[in-house]
Design a protein. Structure first.
Length: 202
């Protein structure tokens, strides 16, 4: 059993804002946060706001015959704004963002959850928050290149439901970088890699 722990090769948040919910939810671009903290947000304050957190991990150092048994993503929470009552949840989703994240990546996200969502009430605003990947998330780890993900608010952003108030969370992107931890074994030469079976190959 081997363990590979990685920090992102690119890590940035993107904020979109508009007075109309449908416009902001479907926006193709936004403003790069580029700060020490990033956010996961859907809120109504001075218009509708959506923050999505993009991360790119170079997972090419995994051997070609790696059989991934577990994956976790850890971020260090920096705060939680509890000015509303919306039942916000936060999760990891698929992304096709650029190798180096740009503002135009805002809409390059999917709706496939890679883990169980963390509810607002359970978010640690001053410590570690951990997502344990499901089979879909494990299968999405790219053994030969870059693995790209996005942190999104699930109950409103992903569900495309307008929020009624202000509730969002933040996490450290610089001082304590996110960590993707991959636990794996190696198949015997000539064996079938179960990761490919998860994706319907082989």
């Amino acid at each position: 059993m081997s363990v590979l722990a990685l920090n992102p090769s690119s890590n940035n948040g993107i904020l979109a804002n508009n007075a109309d919910w449908a416009t902001v939810q479907a926006a193709s671009t936004g403003s790069l946060r580029g700060a020490v903290n990033n956010f996961i947000q859907t809120s109504l304050s001075g218009g509708y706001n959506i923050d999505r957190g993009f991360m790119v991990f170079d997972t090419s150092s995994l051997p070609d015959n790696a059989v991934i048994t577990s994956v976790t993503l850890e971020v260090t929470g920096t705060f939680k704004n509890d000015s509303g009552t919306d039942a916000c949840t936060y999760n990891v989703f698929d992304s096709t963002c650029s190798d180096t994240i740009v503002a135009g990546d805002f809409d390059l996200v999917g709706t496939t959850p890679y883990a169980t969502a963390i509810a607002f009430a359970s978010w640690n605003g001053a410590g570690t928050n951990t997502w344990t990947f499901n089979a879909t998330g494990i299968a999405a780890i790219n053994l030969a290149g870059l693995t790209k993900i996005c942190l999104r608010e699930a109950a409103f952003d992903v569900a495309n439901t307008a929020p009624a108030g202000v509730r969002y969370v933040g996490y450290s992107s610089v001082s304590t970088s996110p960590v993707l931890t991959i636990t794996y074994t190696a198949t015997a030469e000539g064996g079938v890699n179960p990761n490919l079976l998860l994706m319907g190959v082989g």
